[in-house]
Design a protein around this ligand. Sequence first.
Ligand code: NAD
Length: 323
Amino acid sequence: MGKRTPLAGQRILVTGGAGFIGSHLVDRLLRQGASRVLVIDNLFIGSEKNLAEAMATGRCEFFCDDAELPGSLAYIFERHRIDTVFNCATKALNYSFLNPANAFATNVTVALNLLELQRRNAFRTLCHFSTSEVYGSAVYEPMDESHPRNPTTTYAAGKAAADMAIESYVRMFDVDAFIVRPFNNYGPRQNYLGLLAGVIPITAWRIITGRQPELHGSGEQSRDFIYVHDTVDAVIKLYDVADPGDSVNISTDNQVTVRQLLQMICLKMDYVGEIVSKPGRKSDVLCHNASNEKVRRMIDYSLTPLEEGLGQTLLWYREQIKP
Ligand SMILES: NC(=O)c1ccc[n+]([C@@H]2O[C@H](COP(=O)([O-])OP(=O)(O)OC[C@H]3O[C@@H](n4cnc5c(N)ncnc54)[C@H](O)[C@@H]3O)[C@@H](O)[C@H]2O)c1
């Protein structure tokens, strides 16, 4: 028996639910038996296409709107009783190099808007999506939840500030809010277009469209890549057991360097050409070696091997991207 009311039968709001992780979460919540899943997304990077499966159930409603505006959230809450909110809205990390203040503000403002609604009993439970980026480069490894928060970008600084806001609202007002902290996710639906795309999608896009893959910096920067379905599964299970104010890393046990990752992608996509070297990105975190001891203690945790998840992901990009 979980600590909270089961998700089945609930009315749930997912901010940023037309994005990568958010849309998979929406699908899973509907499969889990949620009576209604509402999505607010300003389509900054999300896409209505990601919600096609959800909309087909007839139990998903999409609001193309900005969760930074209290009035936009008020509009939804005035018309719908909502039990639980999953806060996935964000603007991609790379965007913080283009518009640092707004990247920070989005992460903080959406969280504060939701906390203010929750403090006034507009809904019961908040599950907030933090990021491994709040830790910055490792001071010790593997990085557990007690690792110092040392953000190196305004994106991460906004996320760290949102985490602290949630922790303080829990202490001050006893709201039922907890934090999940995924490491690097990959999988179908991750944006592959433009400056904001992550390393796996952009490399797949470059290869499929006849361009050379690019390696930024030494390639020795390492990351912990987790398959999006594993993240969503962990979030759903953590909902039952996480204490208010808790934060929980969601990661694998494997470190892979960006160079190794590119080599894996090239191999899987039968690319035999050159990988072009590019200058490193300023403020790039060097190492993200995560501890997932806590999540393993809390839930039945299952992880898809990188080889398998990457295979499925690249297949999806092949279907989506025109050569
Ligand atoms: N993808 C990862 O590797 C990763 C890793 C760690 C944490 N996270 C966190 O998980 C959550 C989901 O990430 P994602 O990868 O799906 O990102 P994403 O960019 O695909 O999704 C975020 C969504 O938020 C929407 N959005 C942006 N500003 C908004 C606003 N003001 N109002 C409403 N919607 C807005 C975007 O349009 C987008 O659809 C984020 O909070 C992110 O920080 C992601």
